[in-house]
Design a protein around this ligand. Structure first.
Ligand code: ADP
Length: 250
């Protein structure tokens, strides 16, 4: 079986010349949940945007990146966008409709589903993320945490097989975080999460990738990686409190 995500020797330079990713290599297997950690500016968002073809700007298909065995190019992009749901770091970049209903319905409509199926999916996904009945609310009147959840509902409504989440817990209160974790645990999807919330990584991700200066500095089982205090400190992070009384297994 193909890896869900397979990245080989991926290098990316922004048009202004900043090399944001250098020789990145990793794979994520179907249904794995992997954490992507690293300090600000490490390249996490840039990497995630490659996973559904938002970057590079010209998709003149090198095969450095495969999703479910398929290289991303103009021909495969529509199918890859169906498979991969990307949650943006800033919900304001993702929400652009006058009502929550329209926003959550946008993706399912793009899939060409019937209007009754669209309504059903919107209702179900709003329930799933803990905002039942929010259809007629105005996205710009919601709290940041609520907006983030509406974005997630929009992804779930498309039933993607791969979820790519950029800082999904930021702006959520403790109850909201708990609900998000239990929701993510129930999903039957491959998940990659870029986050500073190391407890989230410990609780949800079996494996983690540590990115710094556009390179993968380390990857391995979450507890082992995050317990490595010198590695964490030298990369602008710290060992999460949740691990203070645990030791890595050798
Ligand atoms: P992270 O998500 O880990 O904080 P980013 O992927 O946002 O890191 O940024 C990686 C590097 O690329 C940083 O040096 C950042 O300044 C640079 N960068 C991000 N977006 C752009 C852009 N649109 N144009 C030029 N440089 C960018």
């Amino acid at each position: 079986m193909s890896a869900a995500i397979d990245v080989r020797n991926l290098t990316y330079r922004y048009p202004d010349g900043v090399e944001a990713l250098s020789a990145i290599e990793f794979a994520v297997q179907p249904r794995e949940c992997v954490g992507l950690i690293g300090p600000n500016g490490a390249g996490k968002s840039t990497l995630l945007q490659h996973l559904n073809g938002l970057l590079p700007e010209d998709l003149n298909g090198d095969a450095n990146l495969k999703i479910m065995g398929q290289p991303i190019n103009r021909a495969t992009l529509p199918e890859i966008r169906r498979q991969v749901g990307l949650l943006f770091q800033d919900p304001n970049d993702q929400l652009f409709c006058p009502t929550v209903f329209e926003d959550v319905a946008f993706g399912p409509r793009q899939l060409g589903l019937s209007e009754s199926e669209v309504r059903l999916r919107v209702e179900e996904s709003l329930k799933q993320i803990g905002l039942p009945g929010f259809e007629n609310r105005l996205p710009h009147h919601l709290s940041l945490g609520e907006r983030r959840r509406v974005c997630l509902a929009g992804l779930l409504a498309c039933k993607p097989s791969i979820l790519v989440l950029d800082e999904p817990t930021s702006g959520l209160d403790p109850g909201g975080k708990r609900e998000l974790k239990s929701l993510l645990r129930q999903l039957d999807a491959t998940i990659i999460i870029a986050t500073h919330d190391l407890e989230l990584v410990v609780e949800l991700c079996s494996r983690a990738l540590l990115l710094n200066h556009g390179r993968i500095v380390a990857q391995g089982p979450t507890v082992e990686l995050l317990s490595n205090e010198s590695l964490m400190l030298s990369n602008g992070l710290e060992r999460p409190h949740i691990l203070l009384h645990q030791h890595p297994h050798h």
